[in-house]
Design a protein. Structure first.
Length: 357
């Protein structure tokens, strides 16, 4: 069994974080999200992975190499221009030998891939689509199926109140190689909007696999923060200890100002008079000054927070410096190596950072 991970997106909704970091390499609990995905594939028995990349691919290649350090085979297929979900799959056709998983590169989920494979093999269709139920399906692609699970209809982003179902496409597919016949080469094609409907029209059996697993699209800053809260709370299982965790967690245990859950990388310094937590992730080499306060936030590597500064429900990329007594308000997203001046007060939802030259 092989897996294709679609990692070609630019991550525009996460800017300025993705100006210096490709979206698949944005960290979840101090580890690149794509590494988390490959760990899950490995645990499911998959050793052969194809990365359909496009934006800033060299950072991905440099990190994973040929996959040998993961005991996996990693193949890269770089898109010269965006090809859409189906186009990206068609683009890797020479590397596909048989049935294969397709995973969207920005979905965090606890889906059991082994169980999905068993379902697919039992049904015997040309493909299986993972679905989850949501309270408001209007922003998503709804999938209508019969009692056996056979898909009958796709409705993309229906008007609120007119949704035919609350089951949505969750972005994980298990497909037979035959499906490649329905995708034209060298074209930007959406598998959700074009290929799947054409397959149904052709009379091929496409099945829905609906579960109650954890699922979250990491495409927006508020969802990125929510994912960390869910991992810290245990709602999303990710082998993270409760309370104070991480390679640098031991140094924070017993700290009077650390309020769990908090996850810390190595070489983190938190002044005895600082207050950190709850729901805070500190990357490697972060430094938090006296009387600083950090709540509900994610700091990447080597972030320096000056004395008396306050950070609330925000994301700070690597190398950010927050001056003494500065205030970073809820919803702020700060890009790589930005300096926030002493005493500065950022408005809620502030985004600072620009593309690298």
């Amino acid at each position: 069994m092989q897996a294709i991970v679609l990692v070609g997106g630019e991550g525009t909704r996460l800017r300025p974080l993705t100006y210096g970091t490709p979206k698949p390499m944005v960290p979840i609990m101090n580890v690149p999200f794509l590494a988390r995905t490959l760990e899950r594939l490995y645990a499911s028995g998959i050793r052969d992975v194809i990365l359909a990349a496009g934006y800033m691919p060299q950072a991905i290649v440099d990190y994973f190499g040929d996959g040998n350090q993961l005991d996996m085979k990693v193949t890269y297929v770089i898109e010269e221009s965006p090809l859409g979900t189906a186009g990206a799959i068609k683009n890797v056709e020479p590397h596909i030998r048989g049935p294969f998983f397709v995973l969207n590169g920005d979905v965090l989920t606890s889906l059991d891939l082994r169980a999905m494979r068993e379902f697919h093999e039992k049904k015997g269709g040309i493909g299986t689509i993972h679905l989850i139920r949501v309270d408001d399906p209007s922003p998503f692609g709804c999938v209508v199926h019969d009692a056996s699970g056979r898909v009958e209809l796709f409705v993309e982003k229906p008007p609120k109140g007119e949704e035919p179902t609350n089951e949505i496409n969750a972005g994980t597919y298990l497909l037979e190689r035959e499906i490649l016949q329905y995708i034209p080469p060298n074209q930007n094609v959406s598998i959700e909007r074009t290929t799947f409907p054409e397959i149904i029209k052709a009379g091929k059996a496409l099945y829905a696999y609906t579960t109650n697993d954890y699922w979250l699209d990491l495409g927006r800053p508020e969802q990125y923060l929510a994912a960390h809260r869910d991992v810290l709370s245990g709602a999303m299982p990710l082998a993270v200890e409760p309370g104070i965790s991480g390679d640098g967690g031991e140094a924070l245990r017993g700290h009077p100002g650390v309020v769990p859950p908090v996850h810390a990388g190595t070489d983190v310094f938190v002044d005895p008079a600082a207050r950190v937590g709850p729901n805070v992730v500190l990357g490697k080499g972060c430094s938090i000054g006296a009387h600083a306060t950090i709540r509900e936030s994610v700091l990447w590597e080597s972030v320096s927070v000056g004395p008396g500064a306050v950070i609330e429900e925000s994301i700070l990329a690597s190398g950010v410096t927050v001056g003494p007594k500065a205030y970073v308000a809820k919803g702020s997203v700060i890009g790589h190596d930005v300096t926030i001046e002493p005493g500065a007060i950022l408005e809620p939802g502030t985004r600072l950072g620009s593309p690298p030259r």
